[in-house]
Design a protein around this ligand. Structure first.
Ligand code: ITT
Length: 196
């Protein structure tokens, strides 16, 4: 049944509405529809985003049998050897932006990057396909966000290269010009629109 959906509608397994809203705008650019599904998947512990995304995609596909993507993102800060990397979610929940800024208080090297891996799975695919995006930038010294509260997670402390705003000072359209996720999603959408 779902074969007819391919190339037109994609299911995004995520529990993060912000990620979904960013994706919605990208798929709109490609005249595609995206539906959010909240299937519970275990996120394996690994230092490899691709491995994490692939494992979740297989699990999500088994639960819903629909053409599906999952996305796994990480933040890598150079001065602390790539911390928190794939553990971004845990670090955000525990020490948060303030904690990360504290770790970097004496640090002049502010270089950081976000990486995103999208893993796609459907009934005809043996191993999930991955699409990657990266955003280079820096960790600012003080959190900055727009008054109407755009952004989530580390957005208030990450400023991408070639902009003087943090992700949290941008609206979704502007963040999508720079973000790791937008780059990975566009690569995926280019692939998916050709799929029958
Ligand atoms: P899923 O349900 O899709 O897994 P998640 O929020 O757990 O949603 P990730 O594991 O991919 O998503 O991301 C880990 C954390 O990294 C996330 O909770 C944020 O705190 C942070 N993060 C990821 N992408 C971000 C972005 O674009 N801007 C700011 N923080 C981001």
């Amino acid at each position: 049944m779902h074969f007819s959906l391919k190339g037109k509608v994609i299911f995004f397994a995520t529990n993060n509405i912000n990620k979904f809203n960013e994706a919605r705008k990208i798929f709109n650019e490609f005249q595609m529809a995206v539906a959010m599904i909240r299937v519970k998947t275990l996120e394996i512990q690994s230092e490899n985003l691709e491995e994490i995304a692939k494992t979740s995609a297989i699990e999500a596909f088994k639960k819903c049998n629909l053409p599906i993507i999952v996305e796994d993102a990480g933040l890598f800060v150079e001065a602390v050897n790539g911390f928190p990397g794939p553990y971004a979610s845990y670090v955000y929940k525990t020490i948060g932006n303030e904690g990360l800024l504290k770790l970097m208080e004496q640090t002049e090297n502010r270089k950081a990057k976000f990486q995103s891996v999208i893993a796609y799975c459907d009934a005809d695919i043996e191993t999930p396909l991955c699409f990657k995006g990266e955003a280079m930038g820096e960790i600012v010294k003080e959190p900055r966000k727009a008054k109407n509260k755009h952004g989530f997670g580390f957005d208030p402390i990450f400023r991408p290269l070639n902009s003087n705003k943090t992700f949290a000072e941008m609206d979704v359209e502007e963040k999508n010009k720079y973000s790791h996720r937008a780059k990975a999603l566009r690569k995926f959408a280019e692939f998916y629109k050709k799929l029958k």
